[in-house]
Write a protein that binds this ligand. Structure first.
Ligand SMILES: [Zn+2]
Length: 65
């Protein structure tokens, strides 16, 4: 499989896959990992938060609304 999280392929994505991570609040970071909250919400998080605990994902989901 190709490296989907690196290089030019990211530039096709909206805002080139960059944004603010809802979990850690880092700005202009690459949001490449989709996490599901226990409320059924889908959050895009950064690499650091790809293995954050479910508690932190849920808390971020409630802030986003
Ligand atoms: Zn993060």
């Amino acid at each position: 499989m190709a490296k989907n999280k690196r290089g030019k392929s990211l530039w096709h994505l909206p805002s080139r896959s960059r944004g603010t991570c809802p979990v850690c609040g880092s700005t202009r970071i690459k949001l490449l990992y989709v996490k599901n909250t226990s409320a059924g919400q889908q959050l895009k998080v950064c690499k650091k938060c790809s293995n954050a605990s479910q508690v932190r994902i849920d808390a971020a989901g409630q802030q986003v609304g």
